[in-house]
Design a protein around this ligand. Structure first.
Ligand SMILES: Cc1cc2nc3c(=O)[nH]c(=O)nc-3n(C[C@H](O)[C@H](O)[C@H](O)COP(=O)(O)O)c2cc1C
Length: 206
C-alpha cells in the first residue's frame, strides 16, 4: 500500500449523469494535499443491442476496474444510479464477484462514501444508499456519510439531488435534466470532505 492515501472513485453510468458527478467529486478530492485519486467505471453487463434500444451513449474513456483491484485502494467513492430504489444489476454483478476479497477480509477497514442519480426527485436516492450499505457492511468497509455539511442540502428553492448519504442528481424521467450548479457544488464538497476524513483516518492508524 502506498504511503499516500489512495481514493478510487468507482461508478456505473448508463446516461452520463453519474459520470458527470464523479468528475466533480474528483475535483474536490484533488483539492486535498497528499491524497491520490483515480476514476474507474465498472463493467457493463447489458448486451449492445439492449444498450442501443435504451439509447445509451458510448461509455466514457475511463478504465474498467476489476473487483480484485479494490484491494489496492484505501477508500472508495461509489457512484450508483438508482434502479427501483436500489443499485443496478451491474453493481450487483460486480459485488457478486468479490467473494475472494470477502474471504480474505481484504476490504476490512477501508472507507467508503456514496453518490447517486435518480430519474425523479423522490425516486429513491436514500433507499439506494441504504440498500447498498449491506454490501459495504459485509465487507467490513467503514461508511462515511456526507451529513448536512453543505448548505445546498438544505436549500429548497429548486430541485437539488443529494442527501446526508451523498451527492446526487435528478436526471428527469427522460434523462434530459443535467447536473445543476448546486449539485456540482455538493459533489465537489463531498470529494474534498471525504478526502480529508480519509487522510486523517489513515494518519491516525500509523
Ligand atoms: C430499469 C431502470 C430502473 C430505474 N429505477 C428508477 C427508480 O427507482 N427511481 C428513479 O428515480 N429513477 C429510476 N431510474 C432512472 C435512473 O435512475 C436514471 O436513468 C439514472 O439515475 C441516470 O443516471 P446515469 O445518467 O448516470 O445513467 C431507472 C432506470 C432504469 C433503466
Amino acid at each position: 500500500m502506498s504511503a499516500r492515501p489512495q481514493v478510487f472513485i468507482i461508478f456505473y453510468s448508463l446516461y452520463g449523469h453519474i459520470y458527470t458527478l464523479a468528475q466533480s467529486i474528483k475535483k474536490g478530492v484533488e483539492r486535498v494535499a497528499d491524497v491520490d485519486v483515480k476514476l474507474f467505471q465498472i463493467k457493463e453487463t447489458l448486451p449492445d443491442e439492449v444498450l442501443a434500444k435504451m439509447h445509451a451513449p458510448a461509455k466514457p474513456n475511463v478504465p474498467v476496474i476489476e473487483p480484485k483491484d479494490l484491494a489496492l485502494a484505501d477508500a472508495f467513492l461509489f457512484g450508483i444510479p438508482t434502479r427501483y430504489g436500489n443499485m443496478p444489476a451491474q453493481w450487483k454483478h460486480f459485488w457478486d464477484a468479490t467473494g475472494q476479497l470477502w474471504v480474505s477480509g481484504a476490504l476490512n477497514n477501508k472507507l467508503a462514501g456514496t453518490f447517486f442519480a435518480t430519474g425523479s426527485q423522490h425516486g429513491g436516492q436514500e433507499t439506494t444508499a441504504f440498500t447498498f450499505l449491506t454490501t459495504l457492511i459485509h465487507h467490513g468497509i467503514i461508511y462515511v456519510p456526507l451529513g448536512y455539511t453543505h448548505p445546498n442540502l438544505q436549500d429548497n428553492t429548486e430541485v437539488i439531488g443529494g442527501s446526508a448519504y451523498g451527492a446526487g442528481t435528478v436526471a428527469g424521467g427522460d434523462g434530459s435534466r443535467q447536473v445543476s450548479a448546486k449539485e456540482h457544488a455538493i459533489a465537489e464538497h463531498q470529494g474534498e470532505s471525504f478526502a480529508k476524513v480519509v487522510r486523517q483516518f489513515l494518519a491516525g492508524r500509523q
